[in-house]
Design a protein around this ligand. Structure first.
Ligand SMILES: Nc1nc2c(c(=O)[nH]1)N[C@H]1C(S)=C(S)[C@@H](COP(=O)(O)OP(=O)(O)OC[C@H]3O[C@@H](n4cnc5c(=O)[nH]c(N)nc54)[C@H](O)[C@@H]3O)O[C@H]1N2
Ligand SMILES: Nc1nc2c(c(=O)[nH]1)N[C@H]1C(S)=C(S)[C@@H](COP(=O)(O)OP(=O)(O)OC[C@H]3O[C@@H](n4cnc5c(=O)[nH]c(N)nc54)[C@H](O)[C@@H]3O)O[C@H]1N2
Ligand SMILES: [Mo]
Length: 775
């Protein structure tokens, strides 16, 4: 039994704590020797890409490069434990459904294809051939291809993603809900509009040369630990690091680098942030607006004194559009509004702006703290504007960096996993394969759930992921999935979604990153793309017992072949040798010419980035300033309309140090000092008192929203925490039932997982109070 403990974490992030934790997780995998060998092969030139995150690697490294959380991801996949037919014969689905996500995944790797038997409520074995035929039968029975949803999670390789989108488009739909929709969609939308490419503009070399790095809404010590090495080096060489985070995340304060022997021996650590600001949830747009306002004031003053201004006038004249209009909007935004909305003082904001101004080369990075709000697209465009004003894009050491989540989420998009396909992709598919792919828009995640819920979509196929746990409005989503005729999950580990069965359901076990993948032509490699547009190969190295698993590519080929036959695409041939898939990728996806040969280069190759080359593929051919007003309120409208005294809080849902999205590796959140418990609610001391509560009391949360639906979770332990008043924090996915399906970002459709309006109720009162949700 894990012991519950809540205390302030006193150490730096990283250091011996990280090594000790790595060792504990190695032991837990029950595959220690193999996994040590595995870890030594992570992110090497020959080996597999770490399934942990999408941070990039130095091109050549002689020493091993993995981190504590990368190690957890590898250990978790490379376990010896197997989920077998006997396991399913023993446990009915209704029983499994009562177990938590940790229990389900801890059972080990899925090892043979299973079909759900509704009469017995058990999964039972099925042959691959019959499984493929069942999928084909259900797909071909649909009145329209648009009645099926094809989900992708971001671990799928480029090869699997390419095959999948090809199959789905040949089948006839663009219904590609994918994890990006819940993740960096806002970054893609904002950057495409502003600078003509939906990706970050920097590489690792830029980080090595930056004078300042601004980090918005990101917790790298937990979620992108390899970034800590980069930040650590930047801090050591005197670069300014400015963090904007609602919470004081330990790793952004101090870090002890396990790769630095002297620091480890001395138990020393290095400060990371030169300035750490804690805006209110959703307050970043106002904070950036404030920095621009200060810069504008300084600029005007200098110009009035006959000095050279601060803006990069030449860059603005040559490359940009809309700057004057934007600066007018900035001038009109009052400091009062900026301070109130950001929760930061003018002095604090000016301090940050001064660090930008004193630096010649600045990078801005951001992640979910920015992308999962209603006004995320606007916030990101504000960051872009901030950078453009001083020409901080397209030069060494400067640029924009949305730090991606899943290790190949960026690659999946590059391969065409997109519900809104671009015309070039469609034309290239037509030229390469001789069929006309559908051009009409398909469903994103929210629309897919709506369609299933309304009975319009009847088949759900998931290429990885845990759809029902990762998406909002859990109760509604589960109802939507259960109403399908068929649900299919291509997966490595058992999870909640597999138990939310349609009338018929399949679990198709696949190989993971660490497994050797042998096809007709021999062992195969796949490829991935990191946050810096570097494409490189990944091949499993350890020979493990893969039972009756198939590779993702082989599974997609099997489904495609059964559904569509082997024309005009010979799916079997593609599976025999993945070089054949890459030859087609070369034909269809820009930037992949000479793909197979380029992969031979150690470290892979750079796809290039138009904005970094100062080419703007926007409507007007310029980098464009978008002038948004600050939102009336950063908290959902339904809340801002209520009385302040009504006790409504803005909840963010975040990750602990011991989880990978819906995969829970353990019960601790070490850097936040929380051990052995996940159902916690981090609150400001004064808010706790105002509610008549005490530290460690048990509470429930109920969503405040404009419909009658009750969304409630119970049994959360209150933890006194350094967090702005009115803001609270709890973990994902336990809190997903609170996120209303129709609470999503403007233009991005991303569920607002970082701003949910909730009431906090004493657990025993929670059934008695009136629901305040009706407007
Ligand atoms: N070990 C591990 N690695 C992972 C993952 C994992 O679950 N575990 N998940 C992967 C995936 S898919 C992704 S997308 C990334 C996620 O990486 P992150 O974006 O770092 O993930 P979150 O835990 O959601 O953290 C959001 C951070 O933003 C802060 N924040 C929240 N709201 C606001 C806000 O309004 N303003 C500001 N300034 N800060 C805010 C939170 O306090 C928190 O520090 O990590 C990837 N890597
Ligand atoms: N409330 C709230 N909700 C969120 C978020 C949040 O911050 N708050 N974050 C959102 C974000 S950023 C994301 S990216 C999504 C993540 O959503 P998903 O990508 O759907 O979820 P994961 O938890 O990453 O998926 C885990 C499952 O993937 C399967 N898997 C693992 N490796 C492989 C593999 O190699 N191949 C295959 N086929 N399957 C594999 C395993 O079966 C495992 O159970 O969640 C989103 N949901
Ligand atoms: Mo993500």
């Amino acid at each position: 039994m894990v012991k519950k403990k809540i205390e302030k974490y006193q150490h730096a992030a990283g250091g011996w704590g990280a090594l000790a934790s790595t060792a504990r997780h190695l032991i837990k995998s029950e595959n220690v020797a193999k996994n040590i060998r595995n870890l030594l092969k992570t992110n090497q030139n020959i080996g597999f890409d770490c399934p942990g995150c999408a941070w990039g690697d130095e091109l050549q490294h002689s020493h091993f490069k993995f981190c504590e959380n990368g190690a957890k991801a590898v250990n978790w996949e490379a376990t010896k434990k197997r989920v077998t037919a006997e396991f399913f014969a023993k446990h009915p689905v209704s029983w499994l459904k009562k177990q938590d996500g940790y229990f389900l995944e801890y059972q080990g790797r899925l090892s043979q294809p299973m079909v759900y038997n509704a009469d017995t409520d058990h999964y039972q074995p099925i042959s691959w051939k019959e499984a493929f035929e069942l999928v084909a039968e259900e797909l071909n029975a649909l009145e329209s291809p648009d009645q099926a949803e094809f989900y992708t999670s971001g671990r799928a390789s480029n090869e699997a993603a390419f095959m999948y989108q090809l199959f789905v488009r040949k089948f006839g739909t663009n219904n590609f809900p994918d994890c990006s929709n819940m993740c960096h969609e806002a970054s893609g939308v904002a950057l495409n509009q502003s600078i003509g490419i939906g990706k970050g503009t920097v590489t690792l070399e830029d980080f090595e040369n930056a004078d300042a790095i601004f980090i918005f809404g990101q917790n790298p010590a937990t979620n992108h630990p390899r970034m800590m090495d980069t930040l650590y080096k930047a801090s050591k060489r005197g670069a300014s690091i400015v963090s904007f985070n609602t919470l004081k995340e330990r790793g952004l304060e101090r870090f002890s680098n396990p790769q630095n022997k002297l620091e480890m021996i001395k138990r020393g650590s290095t400060p990371i942030s030169s300035l750490y600001l804690t805006p209110k949830l959703g307050g970043d747009m106002a904070a950036v607006r404030g920095m621009v306002k200060y810069t504008l004031e300084q600029h005007k003053e200098k110009v009035a004194n006959g000095e050279q201004g601060i803006f990069d006038e030449q860059f603005l004249a040559e490359h940009c559009d809309g700057v004057q209009q934007y600066l007018e909007v900035v001038a009109q935004t009052s400091w009062d509004k900026i301070e109130a909305q950001s929760g930061l003082s003018r002095t604090q904001i000016e301090q940050a702006a001064k660090l930008h101004l004193k630096s010649q080369k600045v990078i801005c990075t951001w992640a979910m703290g920015v992308t999962q709000h209603k006004h995320s697209v606007q916030t990101i465009q504000e960051i872009v504007n901030f950078q453009l004003l001083r020409g901080q894009i397209g030069k060494l050491g400067a640029g924009l960096c949305p730090v991606r989540g899943h290790s190949n989420v960026q690659g999946d998009r590059t391969m065409g996993i997109h519900e809104k396909p671009n015309p070039t992709l469609l034309k290239n598919i037509e030229n390469a394969f001789g069929f006309t792919p559908p051009a009409h828009e398909g469903h994103n995640v929210v629309q897919a759930i709506q369609a299933m819920n309304e009975g319009k979509s009847k088949v759900f196929i998931g290429l990885g992921g845990n759809f029902s746990a990762a998406t909002p409005d859990t109760e509604l989503t589960e109802k939507a999935m259960s109403s399908c005729n068929l649900t299919v999950h291509i997966a490595t580990k058992l999870n909640r979604s597999h138990l939310v069965t349609g009338k018929k359901a399949l679990i198709l076990p696949c190989l993971g990153r660490t497994d050797i993948d042998i096809q007709k032509s021999g062992p195969q490699k796949v490829t991935v793309e990191d946050s810096f547009s570097m494409v490189h190969s990944s091949a499993g190295v350890i020979d493990s017992d893969t039972g009756d698993m198939k590779s993702e590519v082989a599974i997609i080929a099997g489904i495609a072949q059964a559904t569509l036959g082997n024309t005009p695409v010979n799916w079997d041939e593609l599976t025999d040798d993945y070089d054949n898939i890459r030859d087609y990728i070369e034909k269809v996806i820009p930037g992949f010419n000479d793909f197979n040969r380029k992969l031979q280069q150690p470290g892979g190759f750079y796809l290039g980035n138009s904005a970094a080359e100062l080419k703007w593929n926007t409507k007007n051919g310029k980098a464009t300033f978008y002038s948004h007003s600050l939102p009336d309120s950063v908290i959902p409208k339904i809340v801002s309309d209520q009385q302040e005294s009504s006790g409504i809080y803005v909840l963010q849902t975040t990750r602990t140090h011991d989880q990978y999205n819906t995969t829970v590796y353990g019960m601790d959140d070490r850097y936040r000092g929380i051990y052995g418990i996940r159902k916690v609610l981090l609150m400001n001391k004064d808010d706790i008192e105002a509610l008549g509560l005490k530290h460690e009391d048990t509470v429930a949360m109920r969503t405040v929203w404009h419909d009658d639906q009750e969304r409630k979770v119970t049994g959360f332990t209150v933890v006194e925490y350094d967090i702005p008043r009115g803001n609270i924090t709890a973990y994902y996915p336990e809190t997903n039932p609170l996120v209303p399906l129709d609470s999503y970002g403007d233009m991005s459709w991303t569920p607002t997982s970082k701003s949910i309006a909730v009431e906090v109720l004493k657990d025993n009162e929670s059934n008695q109070l009136d629901i305040k949700t009706k407007s």
